[in-house]
Every structure is written in C-alpha cells, then in structure tokens.
Write a protein that binds this ligand. Structure first.
Ligand code: AHR
Length: 511
C-alpha cells in the first residue's frame, strides 16, 4: 500500500553551505582485524598487495573517493607511542593492545605504512595524537617527523628510515574520548591540556594543521561548552582564536538497549524501528552541539567533527568479543543515510565525519573473510558510493510541505521519511530514505528555480531488512537503477518502496 504523496519543495537556485567531502571520511583503529587483516597483510602475503597493503581494499575505497582516514584510534591512540612504529619492522618493539583484547601489537603497521596507505588511497591523513599517556614532546616530535623539511633531528630520523620528503598532514586529533578511555578527565582539565598539546602541533613549512580537540559523546553539551569557552570569549566580537580549530563528537547507534546489544542480522521489526529512532537522534545531537557552539562562535569558524559514528551490535558468533566484528545489513545502510542527511543539513558546522570503522570493525564498509581473505562490500559501502555527488556540493534545503507518515515506537514517534539535497555546477542530487518497514511512499519533488533537463534515479533496498552481503552472495544488497520516477506538474514523482534509499540525480539547465 502506498500513502498519499508528500511534496518536497527544493529551491535549486538557493544553495546553502558547502558539504565538505570530508563528511565522507573514515576511521581505522588498531582494533581487531581493521588494520591487521583489513588494510595490512604484509609484503609476504599471498593476497595481492602493494608493499603489504591490500590492493583490493585500496581499489574499493578509491572507488568511493575516500577523502580522509583517521588513525591509529580511538582508544588505541592514547596508548600508542609512535616511535615504536618506525624503523625496520623486525626490530620494532612489541606491545600489548590493552583496550582491544590484550593481543600483541607488533607495530608492523606504523607511521610510514599509514602514510603509504593514504597516498595509495588519495586520502588526507588524519593522525590522532596521544594525550592520555603520551607527552607533549612526543606529539610535537611526531608532527615534526611527518611534516618538516630541511634540517632537524626528526627530519634526519625520517630520512634515515627511507623518506626524504615531508608528508602533508592536514588533520590532527588532540587525544580521543578524554572523558573516558583517553584519560578519564574532567572537561576543564582536558580543555587546558588540549590548549597545551595543540600549541606544540606546529605548522612546519607550508603544512597547515587543522587541530581537532577530543569532544563530547552523545548529549554531553557541557563538555562542548567547556571546550568552546577555552578558545573563545562569550560576548567578544573577535572570532575564536585558539590552539585548536575544531571539536569532535562521538555517537553510536543501537537498538535502545545500549551498545553491543542485539545481533547485527537477527532483529525484529520493533528492534529495527527502535534502531531508527536512535539513529535519527543524530539530528537532535548535532543541532544541540551546534547551538552551544553558535553561542561562542556565531560565525562558525570552529568545526564540528563527528569522528566516530555508526551502529554497534553484538560481535558475530565465534569471533573475539574484543574485536567488534559485526555483519552489516540494509538496516545499517539506512542508519548511514539518516546520518548523512543530518550532516548535509548542518553543513555550515559539520566539517568532517568518520564512520567507525572502515574495515571489519563495527559499521564497516568492507569485510574481509578471515579464512580466504575474500573482500565483501557491505550495504553501507553502497551508500557511500551513491552519495559521491554530495562531496563538496552546496547543500539545498528540502521543505516537506505535508505531514510525513510516522510510526509509534514505544512512547515516541518516528517520522519515516529522511531527505537532503545538494547542488554543484549543473547537477543536483536528492537523497530520499523511506524508513517504513512495510509501507511504500511516494514523493513529489517540487523543483523550483532552475530548469531540470534530465534525471536518473538509483535505489538501494532488499526484500528483507536484515539482507546482507556475504562471500557467497556479495551483491545481495547493491544499488540498481530505479524506474519508479516520472514527470509531474511540479517536477518529478518518485516512488519509494518500503525500507529503501533512493538518490535522484538531476541535470540542470544554465543558471
Ligand atoms: O570505535 C571503537 C571505540 O569506540 C573507539 O576506540 C573509542 O573511541 C570509542 O569508544
């Protein structure tokens, strides 16, 4: 059954802020099989690799134009000492990865391997420094090692390790989750440390570093306020000028029972709706943190970086509990589309996001088979593929003229349509998600302000909400052309089947 169409008005000639391509960023931690087995197999592996880095993973991520990669954590970042990960691999010290299963970390994937990976991917490195258990000097030396040219002790060390030229490192994290695994600090104490550490993350030569302070989780607005106070002064006319230029926030989606509860593939419709309620909460949270930031920084000089987000389920049966390996279904893909709609809507404040995590951990876009090494693209991967048109495009407001159908979930109401749009040059891209588990929906795109000279729609859906891709059936959930679109007096009429994500690409006449 299809409900009455909803009218969505889009003024194609009134573009808003630019949606940074960095909103489509990624995150790779030394956790489970993300780095080892995911990105890195070593030069002696039978799997095709480029200097130890999996060639198929590189190819898959280049195809979705991965803009940046955050590394080495996460919680791991605050116990990582970078000098352990340079020099001849067989001489690197070993350590225990205490956060993630007390397994041995042999440091074979270190600074040079990460930078080589970024070069292969064509992605900007986002290095997360250690505040929790590292020194200011250690962080300062790492920046110098990576980015300085000329003559200096760190440059000499880098060159002795085989890299003559400095690298470019545009993004730097000042610790991670300082309120928790990053040191269990109070906001005020961390704010002072963030100012101090960030001061010594120098701009060497022409490398300009965008320093990101470790921000809040969920609705901890007080943490955001403390960090904003640390770099600005309420009521002053001058723009915030501090040693860091952005704050992060983390938010994980679950089914209302808490993270790591419920399996990735075995869930009821009720659990699905509770998950979607939880995913849609990202709107309230981004709006809340942005509102606090607006008070101290009304002209939006300070960025909000959502550098960990995604769904968090029980690990797959038979896998190490500390490795956070989970399957990924159509439900997870819809979690992603809902997040991206919010990031597009708040493009003026959200400058970057990083899904947790790229390969084999939590809401991964890629899974590798432990036994055969085979690579699987998850439904979430396909959302990234369908959304490349939003990269660096200007956001367009989508005004819903009618009441959107909703579903009652416990005491709350879940609105089942999520949308966003953007435009670049003579193109526009509209994202439409129907979250209803059973009911189709249609949307009239009321397109104003510019002539539409062509259109093309794609759809990501499946017969069941828990459909997922496996080595045996790698394309069970993958995008397809969508023929449920036709001209309408006001623009276009688009059919949205139940639990589906549709993108409509528009070709526009001259403006
Ligand atoms: O992504 C997994 C973990 O979740 C990260 O290491 C940490 O920052 C967060 O709590």
């Amino acid at each position: 059954m299809t409900a009455a169409p909803i009218h969505a008005v889009i003024n194609l000639d009134l573009p808003g802020p630019t949606i940074s391509r960095h909103v489509y960023g990624h995150f790779a931690e030394h956790l489970g099989r993300c780095v080892y087995g995911g990105f890195w197999v070593g030069e002696d592996s039978d799997l095709p690799n480029i200097g130890g880095i999996r060639a198929d993973v590189v190819e898959a991520l280049r195809a979705i134009r991965i803009p940046n990669l955050r590394w080495p954590g996460g919680c791991f970042a605050d116990e990582y000492h970078w000098t352990d990960g340079i020099g001849p691999r067989d001489q690197r010290p070993r350590m225990v990865n205490t956060h993630w299963g007390n397994v041995e970390e042999n440091n074979h994937f270190g600074t040079h391997e990460f930078m080589a990976l970024c070069e292969l991917l064509g992605a900007d490195p986002y290095v997360n420094g250690n505040v929790g258990s590292g020194t200011v000097r250690e962080m300062s030396d790492w920046v110098e090692y990576l980015t300085r040219d000329g003559d200096s002790p760190m440059v000499a060390l880098r060159q002795a390790n085989g890299r003559e030229q400095p690298w470019r490192v545009p993004f730097w994290g000042i610790g991670n989750e300082a309120w928790g695994c990053g040191g269990n600090m109070r906001a005020e104490a961390y704010a002072d440390l963030a100012r101090r550490y960030a001061t010594f993350v120098r701009d060497h030569g022409d490398n300009r570093v965008y320093r990101i302070a470790a921000g809040a989780s969920d609705d901890n607005y007080a943490w955001t306020e403390t960090l904003m106070k640390a770099i600005s002064c309420l009521g002053c006319s001058r723009q915030p000028k501090g040693p860091f230029q952005a704050l992060s926030m983390h938010y994980y989606t679950h089914n209302g029972e808490g993270i790591g509860r419920g399996t990735a593939t075995g869930f009821t419709t009720d659990e699905y709706y509770r998950t979607m309620m939880h995913a849609r909460r990202i709107h309230e949270l981004v709006r809340g943190h942005a509102a606090v930031m607006d008070c101290y920084d009304p002209h939006r000089h300070v960025g909000l970086v959502v550098d960990e987000w995604g769904s968090w389920w029980d690990v797959e049966e038979g896998t190490n509990r500390a490795f956070l390996f989970q399957q990924n279904t159509l439900r997870d893909a819809l979690v992603a589309t809902v997040h991206f709609d919010v990031f597009h809507t708040f493009a003026g404040r959200v400058v970057m996001s990083n899904i947790a995590q790229t390969v084999n951990v939590l809401q991964a876009v890629l899974l590798t088979d432990e036994r055969t090494g085979a690579l699987v693209r998850t439904p979430t991967y396909h959302v990234y593929a369908m959304n490349t048109g939003h990269h660096d495009a200007r956001s367009l407001a989508v005004h819903l003229r009618d009441d959107v159908p909703s579903v009652q979930v416990a005491n709350a109401t879940l609105s089942v349509l999520s949308t966003s749009a953007s435009t670049r040059d003579d193109n526009a891209l509209v994202s439409l998600t129907n979250l209803h588990a059973e009911q189709a929906q249609s949307v009239v795109l009321d397109l104003r302000g510019r002539e539409v000279t062509g259109h093309e729609a794609r759809i990501l859906t499946a017969a069941t909400l828990n459909a997922h891709n496996t080595v045996e059936n790698p394309d069970a959930v993958s995008p397809a052309p969508h023929d449920g679109i036709r001209p309408h007096d006001r623009g276009l009429l688009v059919d949205l089947p139940a639990h589906a994500y549709v993108t409509v690409h528009l070709q526009l006449g001259p403006s």
